[in-house]
Design a binder for this molecule. Sequence first.
Ligand code: 25A
Ligand code: L14
Length: 342
Amino acid sequence: MSESDRKFNVAIAGATGAVGGAMLDVLARRNFPVKELRLLASERSVGKKIVYKGEEIAVRLLDKDAFSGIDIALFSAGASRSLEFAPAAAAAGAVVVDNSSAFRMDPEIPLVVPEVNCHAIARYRKRGIIANPNCSTIQMLVALKPIHDAVRIKRIVVSTYQAVSGSGAKAIEELKEQVAAYVRGDQPVNKVYPHRIAFNCLPQIDSFLENGYTKEEMKMVNETRKIFEDDLIGVTATTVRVPVIYGHSESINIETEKKITVAEVRNLMAAAPGVKLVDDPANLSYPMALDCAGKFETLVGRIREDESIANGLNLWVVSDNILKGAALNTVQIAEELIKSHL
Ligand code: 25A
Ligand code: L14
């Protein structure tokens, strides 16, 4: 069999969700060599038909027996489902690429952004699972990796402006319904979020921890250290939900060990894999959530020197949280798996 004839049996756990649907899309857009595609979800969706490349596929129940014959299992049904079913998928011989937070900080499980630490994938063999990082961490590190390699980043101060699609399909509906209710003059109702999200900003993503930070904020701290393999890098984050449907935006301030100029950073960004430089203030051109939706690249702009310290920089980084933040990164990991490991 020639290299181009190799095809793989792929399962998607959580296929009916916001991220699962994007996984189907990305597999098709990138022409992933799929032999069988098995779509798995909860009882609610069993029997529902989903079209992949013109072919209708019926959704099956996610259970421990669902993975026989599967080569690669992409998981996006939440952390509790991953904890319950990913080990069974691995035991059945599949390599799992998991989108949830369940395994990210497990020292035996690699946490991978292909543009940043592709080499770590090889460590999947021990448990048969590879973790996909948090969406906000992924886009930040795609942009910062070339700078870290060039002049070492000592400290990162990041504030995020996160889209509602990160909390799934029902959160997108909640924002739309609240906007419609507001325009009608009715009282908007909140179910997914603890407060109204329409025409508001919520400085809370995920639950609060003892130290006063949210879990989302501490994911950015801990996952950055693991992916950069740098326990000394300082990271502090404030994560905020904004009434945007697709695309997380991030204001990032960094302090570097050695000096780097704005022109040098622009050159690094123009050459960086997965990055598109959008930084032409004279023409009012900068990264915006509306422009990143549906795109594979992470947009970087507003690059400025931080004039309050010796070696400081500010950047504005925007990416589609459902694509690079989840489905695309997962499929890229699967592509690397079949290229170098399976
Ligand atoms: O809190 P958790 O458990 O960690 O979950 C976190 C949430 O994060 C999302 C994902 O939402 C998940 O619900 N998510 C996961 N990874 C992410 C990432 N990297 C991420 N978000 C951002 N970045 P989602 O809407 O994208 O996907 C949900 C999927 O999970 C399936 N699912 C849920 N419970 C399951 C299950 N699959 C198997 N067994 C279970 N027990 C879910 O499938 C969906 O594919 P579904 O069939 O249950 O839902 C189909 C549609 O039904 C709607 N719906 C959801 N909940 C309810 C509901 N309808 C009625 N009642 C409900 N309680 C949804 O709109 C869904 O589209
Ligand atoms: O992947 O925006 O850890 O609500 C879970 C919740 C990503 C974002 C994760 C959200 C997330 C998310």
